[in-house]
Design a protein around this ligand. Sequence first.
Ligand SMILES: [Zn+2]
Length: 248
Amino acid sequence: MTHITLRIYGSLQDFLKPARSGAFTEVALQVRGPQNLKHVLEALGIPHPEVARILHGGKPVPWTALPQAGATYAVHPYRPGEAWPGPGPPRFVLDGHLGRLAAYLRLLGFDTRYDPQWDDGTLARYAGEEARFLLTRDQGLLKRGRVRFGYWVRHLRPQEQLQEVVHYLQLGRWAKPFTRCARCNTPLQDVPKAQVRDMVPAYVFRHHTRFRRCPGCGRVYWEGTHVTRLRALFRRVLQGERADSPRA
Ligand SMILES: [Zn+2]
């Protein structure tokens, strides 16, 4: 039996039972048998993709290290914008609970895999094989070994989820609104007005000049009232990106 102390910082306290706030929470543990730090933390409820670093005496310690008797380990979350190494934008895969969030991310231009039929194994496989950033409401899914990049979405309402994820990953630097199909994730193409005459309602055709079409599913996009509302939402979310995300 090995006695250790974990000092759990910031948003990682959301995984403790009960969840805690404040700068950090100290947890005293007795570790049985040869368990490395990854196992110890995940047994406590903290999924590895949200842990930025583990420090012992101010020095980084690898996940695979076996805890030393009497040691205190400081466990830190990522700061906003740190969780994706870049250099380009993250590509996402989302679990079946996050359909609206998936549509929002696509409309902001992010490559986002989503299918409500996919099981946990499929989601973890896409996260691993394609190095996608997994967004999920399922803490257990984040603990799977294949998942390298990921985040447990705290909020339940889609607009708040979007705000939360934009803040966590500081997505504003990469956003390209209305360049990707919300339904099927394919990049949109500009299309001459004459070509969409039979694809959109007559009043839309009369009142709009600029159209985009999805080469994947054929859906046609134009600057209707729906888009105006979404632009206002995206502006609000992107402007609020640097503000502290409210804790769920
Ligand atoms: Zn499409």
